[in-house]
Design a protein around this ligand. Structure first.
Ligand SMILES: [Zn+2]
Length: 540
């Protein structure tokens, strides 16, 4: 353990430099190398003329400051004003501005998840490998939409079950073809031979050279980050979570190759040694980290500006307590060691939080008993199990994940100039963090300045309804024949409006143009309708 001190007001002091630990915004200290910045993807399809005004909302801006009442004005893709909106009165009167009455509801940033598997099928993962590409693509796209439907606007891919699923769905979201969150895509998880955790979804490599080759292959596919599967997992019953299957040489080679191509690495690292290797060699994002020991904790603390941890806690909790209905009993989970792992993981993660190491929500959703759509449970776990305040939990899931995206200057906060990725929540998540799990309470979901979800009842109408004027029926019987000037010399029949000096083309009720006067006599005036735009006499 690093020496931990407490100041006069009981706040924890950082063990190694004496500064106060910032448990609200620890991610502010994280500095990934600039060369590792992912591509700044933009989502197409938002009109630059779009104007949306939220009035009377309780604003959680994700800086960690207390919430405040006010208005928020969005123009095009971005937030323009927060708190007080100049020219609010004229905006309210402007019929081109969509107005949402907040009535005190909470407006906050869309949520973020640091460990996402769009391509997991929330069923028998053993079947993932055999699923057809077409079916699997649809399933992946559906999960992407489920994230957005659940108020998530930032998702960090933690492995794709087929190598291009993540990439193609990311690209389709950005092209505006599919609804979904902002996404950083991953490829298949890389493991040593026999080190796979789920059959059929792993890229195998043995030794530094093969691993470099697999990483280069993934880079060519267009992934944004690389996933290493370094340790075991109890549910396999053959590959222990406390065992690390990568050698130092392999991990070092992977980091070198990934970083050389501007890609960060994330790792399934439950085992003590896998966490240490991540810190020693620079694996940027450490998943799970359950069995971290004192030495690993100190190493991580000293390097906390280079790493983020995402525990994926919900997997452990649900596997122990909620998988009975799926045939995986509590006794079984306890027997293979999940209960023990959860207990040590909670202890370690609390300690990380105390030491100002960045820990992000991200829950490994998409298994049978961790279904898609339940993602916000992670924020509750952080509050109930890891000693995060609700505000700390929200800031981690918004500004913290924005930092993981390396776009903290434009994502994850409700501030002028930031992308308008936000949710209007019917409730106060600072009083009850579980409200974020209730889809019915996510009244408005916006991404990129575009409304993804909102009832029509949300919009305040300020236009005065116009009295409906019945169109004056004018008989179209002042027939004239004219010929087309398209070189065919075909004739047409129209109605000459002598007052306006225009001719209205006439047609049968089917839409077929009338070509001669006999037709008007044959079918009778009641069957004749206007067949196109009126044109001036001089035009033809
Ligand atoms: Zn995972």
């Amino acid at each position: 353990m690093a020496p931990v001190a407490v100041d006069g007001s009981g706040r924890l002091l950082n063990g190694f430099n004496g500064h106060k630990v910032d448990t609200m915004n620890p991610h502010d200290l994280v500095q990934f190398d600039k060369s590792l910045t992912p591509k700044k993807y933009e989502i197409k399809g938002t009109s630059p003329d779009s104007k949306i005004l939220f009035t009377d909302v309780n604003i959680i801006d994700s800086t960690g400051s207390d919430p405040f009442q006010g208005d928020v004005y969005i123009e095009g893709e971005r937030v323009k004003f927060v708190g007080s909106v100049p020219n609010k009165d004229s905006l309210i009167k402007n019929s081109n501005v969509r107005k949402v009455e907040g009535r005190g509801r909470t407006l906050m940033s869309g949520l973020g998840d640091a460990h996402v598997h769009f391509s997991w099928n929330e069923g028998d993962l053993g079947k993932l490998g055999g699923l057809g590409v077409e079916e699997h693509t649809l399933l992946t796209a559906r999960s992407a939409q489920t994230y957005l439907d659940s108020g998530y606007t930032m998702c960090f891919g933690a492995a794709s079950a087929k190598e291009r699923l993540d990439c193609v769905v990311r690209d389709a979201i950005n092209a505006g073809h599919l609804p979904g969150p902002r996404y950083l895509a991953n490829g298949k998880e890389i493991a040593v031979p026999d080190g796979d955790l789920v059959a059929g979804i792993t890229a195998f490599a043995s030794g530094p050279l093969e691993m470099r080759e697999v990483i280069r292959h993934h880079v060519k596919l267009g992934v944004d980050q690389i996933k290493l599967s370094m340790s075991g997992e109890q549910i396999t019953e053959t590959r222990d979570a406390q065992d690390c299957y990568f050698t130092d040489e392999e991990t070092a080679a992977c980091v070198d190759e990934g970083h050389r191509h501007g890609r960060r690495l994330c790792a399934h690292a439950r085992a003590r040694d896998s966490v240490k290797q991540c810190v020693k060699h620079g694996v940027d994002i450490i998943y799970h980290a359950s069995w971290i020991d004192d030495e690993g904790m100190d190493m991580l603390e000293k390097n906390k500006t280079k790493h983020m941890v995402a525990p994926g806690l919900n997997w452990l909790i649900a596997t122990i307590y909620e998988s009975g209905a799926f045939g995986y009993s509590f006794e079984k989970a306890e027997q293979v060691g999940y209960k023990k792992e959860l207990d040590v993981a909670i202890k370690g993660l609390k300690e990380m939080h105390r030491r100002g190491i960045t820990v992000l929500p991200g829950g490994d959703y998409g298994f049978a008993w961790t279904p898609h759509g339940t993602y916000a449970r992670d924020l509750e776990h952080f509050v109930k199990l890891l000693d995060f305040t609700p505000m700390e939990s929200i800031v981690a899931a918004t500004a913290g994940v924005a930092k993981l995206f390396m776009r903290e200057e434009e994502l994850g906060k409700i501030k002028p100039g930031y992308y308008a990725d936000c949710i209007l929540v019917d409730g106060d998540p600072l009083k009850d963090i579980t409200v974020l799990q209730d889809h019915d309470k996510l009244n408005v979901i916006m991404i990129n300045g575009r409304i993804h979800k909102a009832s029509y009842k949300e919009f305040l109408r300020t236009e005065t309804p116009q009295a409906t004027i019945e169109p004056q029926a004018v008989p179209l019987t002042n027939y004239v024949a004219y010929s087309l000037d398209d070189g065919t010399k075909r004739t047409r029949i129209g109605h000459l409006d002598t007052k306006a000096g225009t001719i209205i083309p006439l047609s049968f009720a089917s839409g077929t143009p009338l070509e001669n006067l006999y037709q008007t006599i044959e079918i009778g005036r009641d069957q004749i309708i206007p067949g196109g735009e009126a044109f001036a006499l001089t035009e033809r």
